[in-house]
Write a protein that binds this ligand. Structure first.
Ligand SMILES: [Zn+2]
Length: 210
């Protein structure tokens, strides 16, 4: 039995359940009752997000290894990385802020990028690796909590405020971080979760449904 024949979706507007398995690559399915967009079946549904996520992985590593900026105040130079920026909150007696910043700007995006690499490679290679389902479940839940763009906005505000007090040199980490935000947004918007789940079911065929 072709598992695609079971691809049913519920319309968010009118709750009608419809079979969307006949929709070909590159097409969009509309609800037969209310006309709402029901299903998108893009070309390269796995390959495009995989390429973007690999780029994200490289940018994430660069953004976390290299300093995002160097401050020069009265001849004293200080470099800071993304994690170092969170640690500054610790030094200033705000561990709560440090944890929130590090969690939403480093840990969650890092986990999502590594997990999506694992998931997309698993599906692309038509394998059923052990943790793929769990990771896809957790990534679906955690994606809304990644806030790298908010962190970038905070950095920009800090830069404007500090520009009159110190010489600021932006580092390779900052450039990589900005590129990462753009690339990550493109990767996430190119991922259709229902297609990942469907391909995973198709690959597993009952082998890793634990
Ligand atoms: Zn509808």
């Amino acid at each position: 039995m072709n598992i695609n024949s079971n691809l049913l979706m519920v319309c968010h507007e009118c709750d009608t359940v419809q079979d969307v398995s006949h929709i070909a690559e590159g097409n969009i399915g509309l609800c037969v009752c209310c006309g709402e967009r029901l299903f998108k079946n893009p070309r390269s549904a796995i390959e495009k997000p995989l390429a973007l996520i690999i780029a994200c992985l490289i940018l994430f590593i660069v953004a976390n290894i290299y300093p995002i900026m160097t401050l020069n105040i009265l001849g004293i130079e200080r470099e800071t990385t993304l994690t170092g920026a969170a640690l500054i909150f610790f030094e200033q007696g705000r561990p709560d802020l440090a944890i929130v910043v590090w969690f939403t700007s480093v840990l969650l995006p890092g986990f999502s990028i590594f997990a999506l690499c694992y998931i997309l490679f698993s599906i692309y290679l038509q394998k059923c690796w052990r943790f793929t389902r769990y990771l896809l479940l957790w990534v679906s839940r955690l994606l809304p909590w990644g806030m790298m763009d908010v962190f970038l906005l905070a950095i920009l505000v800090a830069l404007v405020k500090l520009s009159s007090l110190a010489d600021i040199v932006l580092g390779l980490g900052f450039i990589a971080f900005v590129a990462l935000i753009v690339c990550y947004a493109a990767a996430i918007s190119s991922i259709e979760m229902h297609i990942l789940w469907n391909r995973l079911d198709k690959n597993s065929k009952g082998r890793c449904l634990e």
